[in-house]
Design a binder for this molecule. Structure first.
Ligand SMILES: NC(=O)C1=CN([C@@H]2O[C@H](COP(=O)(O)OP(=O)(O)OC[C@H]3O[C@@H](n4cnc5c(N)ncnc54)[C@H](OP(=O)(O)O)[C@@H]3O)[C@@H](O)[C@H]2O)C=CC1
Ligand SMILES: CC(=O)[C@@H](O)[C@H](O)COP(=O)(O)O
Ligand SMILES: [Mn+2]
Length: 381
């Protein structure tokens, strides 16, 4: 029987690559739902190719245009539209490929409707990891990692006993500014920050990689996905991004998962799990890779990683606050309103003002995120 898929954020980097995977495995998957933000043209192309049952787009005006073009397809818009796509009766698994905190609510609602989740939107777990994981357990829902590091860890853990894990080692490329110091970074432009050395990704995650916040978000994502303490999650810089992450066991053995920098591989694994399926994607040839290197992260130059550990250890609403402040700071940096070095300053200031709620519900989390964005905005206004 075909697995029935909805893709939230189908017009983005992960969304597009998900559709490539599905296109290559048409006998195994049926596409039920798609969603886009501002890119109406691409969404129209995707609808023509895949003929989904339901689509959603960000604005009501674009939804009206889609309704005219596709009268036989259910068209929705806004946050409710995202939830309708994720929760459609015919959907078995939802690929969450939205960028940022907007991914939380539709993912939470999909879990309540017992949809399995192929999770790319790490911000969901950063904001509300405890709530999401408990809700998934209560509803017997699988959360399958798409993020390359977490897919690697998931694969390394497979067949091993959790209590025999000593630590998780997340690899980080170091981003486009690896090796530089604060004095070199005061006037870097968004264009330079967007140039990731190894991966071609959306804007928000590309800036997060440049500040090392992406790795901070991934530390928190790993804490919840693998139910492991922050003390047992390490980060190592591996500039080649060939080893996607590692797990060290109590006997000192380290298992690593390797591959080319191609997100279609972890996307495919999340969708076909527990099976592995043949594909024609370019395979890693280690004889053509002369060096794999490792170094410690430079926390003085890139303090976002430490801020994420701090927020994670504080728990409660602090991670949602950190995430909201970061999202707003990244937006202001991309609009040339603040400098690259101000991104961690904004986040630190907002975290410092927050009054923590220790055991938040979903509405506390959303309120904390909203507050954090407003506080971050005040930094320059
Ligand atoms: N790209 C990658 O290789 C990786 C990404 N991830 C994670 O996956 C997630 C997606 O990243 P990525 O694909 O790079 O991001 P992109 O920016 O490329 O794509 C984001 C998607 O979300 C849609 N979107 C954005 N805002 C809204 C909104 N308000 N309402 C409805 N839709 C919206 C966009 O629509 P539109 O474009 O039409 O405006 C687009 O489809 C992130 O959480 C990221 O951290 C994790 C590992 C690797
Ligand atoms: C492809 C992927 O999973 C990204 O999260 C990637 O890892 C970002 O690279 P950094 O290691 O530079 O954050
Ligand atoms: Mn990653």
């Amino acid at each position: 029987m075909k697995k029935r898929v909805a893709v939230l954020g189908s017009t983005g980097s992960i969304g597009n690559q998900t559709l490539q995977v599905i296109r290559n495995l048409r006998d195994s998957f049926e596409l039920i739902g798609l969603s886009g933000g501002d890119n109406l043209e691409l969404l129209v192309k995707q609808i023509k190719e895949f003929r989904p049952k339901i689509v959603s787009i960000k604005s009501e005006s674009n939804a009206r245009k889609l309704k005219e073009l596709f009268p036989d397809i259910q068209v929705e818009y806004g946050m409710e539209g995202l939830t309708s796509v994720a929760c459609h009766d015919d959907v078995d698994i939802v690929v969450t490929a939205l960028a940022g905190g907007i991914g939380l609510v539709p993912t939470y609602n999909a879990i309540k409707e017992r949809k399995n989740i192929a999770l790319a939107n790490k911000e969901t777990l950063v904001m509300a990891g405890n709530i999401i994981i408990n809700e998934a357990k209560n509803n017997n829902v699988e959360i399958l990692p798409v993020d390359s590091e977490h897919s690697a860890i998931f694969q390394c853990l497979n067949g091993n006993k959790r209590h025999q894990v000593n630590r998780i080692i997340l690899t980080a490329s170091g981003g486009p500014f690896r090796g530089l110091k604060k004095k070199d970074l005061s006037s870097v432009t968004p264009e330079k920050a967007l140039k990731h050395p190894n991966w071609n990704m959306g804007k928000k995650i590309s800036i997060d990689s440049a500040t090392l916040m992406n790795k901070g978000l991934e530390v928190i994502e790993a804490r919840w996905l693998f139910d492991i303490n922050y003390d047992k999650i390490d980060v190592v810089i591996h500039p080649q991004s060939i080893i996607h992450s590692m797990v060290e066991f109590i006997d000192g053995s380290i298992l690593a998962q390797m591959g080319e920098t191609d997100m279609r591989v972890p996307i495919q694994y999340a969708l076909t799990y527990p099976d592995r399926v043949f594909n024609t994607y370019h395979k890693l040839d280690l004889s053509k890779r002369d060096v794999l290197t490792f170094e410690q992260p430079d926390l003085e130059t890139f303090p976002c990683l430490s801020l994420a550990y701090e927020a994670g250890r504080m728990g409660g609403t602090m991670t949602a606050v950190m995430n909201g402040a970061n999202e707003e700071a990244v937006r202001m940096f991309l609009e040339n309103k603040i400098s690259f070095l101000e991104i961690p300053l904004v986040i630190e200031r907002v975290m410092g003002k927050h009054i923590l709620i220790k055991n938040p519900g979903i509405s506390d989390v959303l309120e904390a995120e909203k507050w954090a964005k407003e506080e971050a905005y005040k930094y320059k206004h």
